[in-house]
Design a protein around this ligand. Structure first.
Ligand SMILES: Nc1nc2c(ncn2[C@@H]2O[C@H](COP(=O)(O)OP(=O)(O)OP(=O)(O)O)[C@@H](O)[C@H]2O)c(=O)[nH]1
Ligand SMILES: [Mg+2]
Length: 423
């Protein structure tokens, strides 16, 4: 069913790091005690986790924004700020995560696989961290880092969890239209449906899974396995489904008795692939309101459910049964592994430092590490400046500026911090 691609966007915003505190111990006999400003807490991450509980990207289409909470600022007496809470977001197994320029950054192929979509910002150091023998009273602290704020494209090859199997005109499309978001064509003649329709069925939170995908497939007729009607082309879609629902027309005007319908359907599946009959299956009678007596003798078969999609009868118990069976099947899949053929290319977010030459004597420095290096609370404090200087040296700023063609005296901008460069 590779033609069914579910697409959505994710906007992941991780928590910001809390700022470090500037504080000094209060002591009765000293004007200013030693520095005791605590560190800020780290921001929470936005984490994606593959789960069988979800089958589609529908929830992201409803609302793409997922965020984690900020770290708390540090405070006096060396108190650390609490770290922000991470948010774990379930995505279907099989989800492919792409950057906005459509490069694959992550594929979820295994149940419970986790990946950080947006990293929380690091909490800033409090002024107590900057105490040295020479620097007895640091009057500055570090700002918290901003949490990552990233948009992604999500893609999923939708695979049916449940396939509706039945003769033409028994009400398959009507059923999917009442249980899911699918809006297929419905009409009172056979072969209305020419291509499979997929719909996502949402179930309430206390079920084993939150949602599952149902496929409404063109009707099967006798001889389908040998290529009669439309059925053969679509039998392969049934192969991938975890659970089968045999839909049997109970209306008295139906040409074939319920018994014949079920027998022929099973025979066709068997001729196509005998293993299909071992798949968990539910036998459902449709158009029940047209079958006057529910014990009508010609039914001749054991029905698990009787429903009327038009009158809305018996639908919920069927939904829960399908959800249970799908949940069981997913749990029993070994390691929850499915195969995805596309190549994985893992691209971590660029860190470090980058120098861009704007003109002969103006250079802009970007990069996560460069921004962190200058994120001290007081950029006028000479001691803070010497720390920044050391950090930028470590990142090889001088070398990079030289490479970019900077001359001594050039103006260099890093975030809000602008200075004249003296190597
Ligand atoms: N009375 C009654 N009619 C129903 C019910 N469910 C479906 N129908 C009608 O049966 C006809 C066929 O319904 P579809 O849902 O198109 O049937 P289908 O199985 O998808 O048919 P194909 O796509 O041709 O295979 C339509 O006229 C529906 O309105 C029901 O519960 N009661
Ligand atoms: Mg149909």
């Amino acid at each position: 069913m590779s033609e069914f691609i579910d697409e959505a966007q994710l906007h992941a915003k991780a928590g910001n790091g809390g700022a470090g505190a500037v504080s000094f111990r209060r002591e009765a006999h000293v004007a200013k005690g030693g520095p005791d400003g605590g560190d800020g807490g780290n921001g929470g991450n936005v984490i994606l986790k593959a789960s069988w509980a979800v089958s589609s990207l529908l929830s992201f289409r409803d609302q793409p924004f997922r965020r984690a909470t900020d770290g708390v600022h540090g405070s006096s007496k060396n108190k650390f700020g609490r770290r922000g809470q991470s948010t774990v977001v379930n995505v279907p197994v099989g989800t492919v995560v792409k950057s906005l320029d459509n490069e694959i950054v992550k594929e979820f192929t295994v149940q419970n696989d986790t990946w950080v979509a947006a990293h929380g910002g690091r909490g800033g150091f409090g002024n107590a961290r900057f105490l040295t023998n020479q620097r007895r009273a640091p009057g500055f602290a570090e700002q918290g880092e901003m949490g990552e704020d990233i948009w992604y494209n999500l893609e999923l090859k939708l695979m049916a969890d449940v396939a509706l199997v039945g003769f033409p005109n028994v009400g398959k499309s009507t059923l999917i239209s009442v249980v899911s978001n699918a809006k297929p064509k419905i009409a009172d003649y056979p072969f209305t449906t020419l291509r499979p329709n997929l719909g996502v069925v949402k179930v309430s939170d206390n079920a084993a899974i939150n949602e599952f995908v149902v496929a409404d497939i063109p009707g099967l007729i006798e001889g389908a396995a040998d290529g009669k009607g439309l059925g053969f082309k679509f039998l392969r879609h049934i192969e991938r489904a975890l659970v089968l629902v045999f839909l049997i027309d109970l209306s008295l005007s139906c040409e074939k008795s319920p018994e014949d319908q079920l027998q022929i359907l099973k025979e066709e599946l068997k001729n196509y692939r005998p293993e299909l009959l071992e798949r968990p299956a539910v036998v459902v009678g449709s158009k029940s309101e047209l079958s006057p007596d529910s014990k009508y003798p010609t039914k001749g078969i054991n029905l698990d459910f009787e429903i009327s999609a038009v009158a809305g009868l018996g639908i919920n118990p069927l939904i829960y049964k399908m959800a249970d069976l799908v949940g069981d099947q997913k749990n029993s899949l070994e390691g929850g592994k499915i195969t995805i053929e596309d190549e994985t290319l893992y691209k971590p977010t660029p860190k470090g430092l980058k120098v861009t030459r704007v003109d002969d004597d103006f250079f802009v420095v970007t990069g996560k590490d460069a921004i962190s290096a200058i994120s001290l609370s007081d950029l006028n404090d000479p001691e803070a400046l010497s720390i920044i200087d050391k950090r930028l040296n470590k990142l090889n700023l001088n070398k990079e500026l030289l490479k970019a063609g900077a001359q001594p005296g050039a103006t260099v901008e890093i975030g809000d911090f602008v200075f004249n460069w003296e190597p």
